[in-house]
Write a protein that binds this ligand. Structure first.
Ligand SMILES: Nc1ncnc2c1ncn2[C@@H]1O[C@H](COP(=O)(O)OP(=O)(O)OP(=O)(O)O)[C@@H](O)[C@H]1O
Length: 290
């Protein structure tokens, strides 16, 4: 089977995958992956360990050949891998010079601004920087290359809580300023609220859910009430939790029905990204064990 990673020619779509699959020897790490990511979005790529996130990003970035299906990316891609490679003997300033030589497009002030923002010393050898500072060098090189699509594999790992918040804020500023599309894989789902506006959820190499985050969350609701085997309204139960006399259900509302109104003692609350992702991950883990 042939796999093509080719430029996407529509103006609205930044990344497209059609039936994308990748296997390592006989084991499929990614299978039947189909989605379109509109331009200018920040997509959270989430899934359990081994779900296929790194494989998907590496294939989309054109660094790994897929075994089936097609992938397309509009424009230039920058990919910051999980290990955030920097040359240990090079100073940060050397890395900037390298960025200028290796990239077709290079925006030095943009890269320097990122390093200044996170107080990374330009004259220090990368091997003498902390893990978080090395990550900042890798991000600075990526944003300096002015990509159309920026792929970040676990950008928040190694960063302290304040740096995590600041990095996500900077990424949003990048998107606003340049229209860059961002795909970021992460396990730190709680910190993506207000950052990601699109979700790609992988489980066992398959795309379990994908699409506009607001739309997806608006189709789900959480009910808490007296212990019960069933929720108080129609819908597909994504997750049921029972503790003592209390039950909590995360429910996907049926399409084409008006939103149900539930009466006391049941309480209804909107579903957050973290609720949704944790419920989906728990469901796939139970499914796998069954
Ligand atoms: N080079 C490789 N050779 C063989 N199998 C691999 C290789 N790389 C990944 N895999 C397997 O492919 C599957 C998907 O791995 P991948 O690294 O894409 O997952 P991930 O979602 O990024 O995981 P994590 O959250 O732990 O980083 C896993 O089962 C993994 O063991």
């Amino acid at each position: 089977m042939t796999t093509v990673v080719e430029p996407v020619d529509t103006t609205a779509v930044a990344v497209r995958a059609r039936g994308l699959g990748k296997r390592y020897k006989d084991a499929w790490a990614l299978r039947g992956c189909t989605f379109e990511l509109p331009r200018g979005r920040v997509a959270a790529l989430v899934g359990a360990n081994g779900a296929g996130k790194t494989t998907l990003m590496t294939v989309l970035a054109g660094l790994l050949r897929a075994d089936e299906g097609e992938a397309g990316v509009a424009g230039r891609v920058a990919f910051v891998s999980q290990d955030k490679p920097v040359y240990r003997r090079f100073t940060v300033a050397d890395m900037l010079r390298l960025g200028a030589r290796l990239n077709v497009v290079w925006d030095e002030p943009r890269a320097r601004r990122w390093l200044d923002r996170f107080e990374v010393p330009l004259d220090r050898a990368c091997g003498r920087l902390s893990g978080g500072q090395q990550a900042q060098v890798a991000f600075a090189l990526a944003v300096g290359s002015r990509p159309d699509v920026l792929m970040l594999d676990e950008p928040l790992a190694n960063l302290d809580p304040l740096a995590r918040r600041e990095v996500t804020a900077e990424l949003l500023a990048e998107v606003d300023e340049t229209g860059t599309t961002v795909v970021l894989s992460t396990h730190v789902v709680a910190e993506l609220g207000g950052v990601a506006d699109h979700l790609l959820l992988l489980a066992h190499g398959r795309l379990l859910a994908g699409g506009d985050l607001d739309e997806l969350l608006a189709h789900h609701v959480s009910y808490t009430g007296p212990r019960s085997e069933v929720p108080p309204a129609l819908g597909q139960v994504v997750e049921a939790r029972h503790r003592g006399n209390q039950s909590t259900f995360l429910v996907r509302l049926p399409d084409g029905h008006p939103r149900p109104v539930v009466a006391g003692p049941w309480r209804e609350r909107p579903v957050t990204l973290e609720d949704y992702v944790l419920a989906q991950l728990a469901a796939t883990r139970k499914g796998a064990a069954a």
